[in-house]
Design a protein around this ligand. Sequence first.
Ligand code: MEV
Length: 334
Amino acid sequence: MVKASAPGKCILFGEHAVVYGQPAVACSINQRMIVELEEETQFDSWRLDGAILNLSKHPHIRFLKDKLWSEGEHPPLKIRIRGTVPPASGLGSSAALSVALVAALQQLRQEELNPEMAGLLSHQAEAFAQGGRASPIDTTTSALGGFIVLSDTIEDSLDHIGERRLQHQDEVTTWQLHSFEARIPEDTYLVIGNTGIRGSTSKQVSKVAALLAKEPERKVEIEAIGSIARKGIEALRTGNMELVGKAMTENHIVLRSLGVSSPELENLIKAAARSSLGVKLTGSGGGGCMIALTKNPEITIGAIEMEGGRGFITRFNTAGVRIETLSSQDNSEQ
Ligand code: MEV
């Protein structure tokens, strides 16, 4: 049996504007997806959590199976998926699942753990699952961990770690990937508040595209998010948490004006703001999660839960993809 895990992510600055080339910043969170693989001896197929795997319902798994093995050459497998990243909540659960699956498959094939390769293949799997379009922010953050910046240009003040290209129909999109060290004081926490309402990334991305097509002058709001993101990155690097919080709240105000917030997100944001340095929605919006930068995590969580949300603390700088050692319980299940 082999076992690998990968973290979810949250976007601190720049969602939606990143689709138009502006910089976006994400960090890994301590909620993770775990994938266990075991050779299947009874059936000649892949099984997921005990049932025959329906590949049309799991396009990520289908993509990786076809990518790594030629037709008919894959070994029969039992796949078990667990994890604490809530699905369809803007926290990158599908990216974390793909990244952990690639790492587990690499281990099964007796290859070295290769986080860059896990990031690359899982981005291709995400793009396949989403009908061709997906930015690599979720998969890169999940594979490498820490703080990741995506931009359409090389940002001189950051560590450039690579480039990613994606062809969709006749269009090739190129992203520059960066990392940086953030100085987060011990007494500052990131609290996530989940509305429990599933958001649809493609719906929210299309909504912004329609708004910009109808009112092209609103492009200034996209550029404003880009400048806020750059200000936020600088404040994270210098450890100025007041400025980070202020930039988060400014970023949220622009996202709200673009129409991607929701009444439920606004309720949680308003409640958490009283005890926080800054608050915003995270991910594509329309539901899903909000985040709060706070020195009073218990009070912030309490305020979120009073409004019917689910609040939890996440640590900064959690590790990217890793191979997990098998516990005695795992071995006894074999
Ligand atoms: C979704 O997590 C972030 C968006 O910017 C979409 C994307 O980057 O592909 C809304």
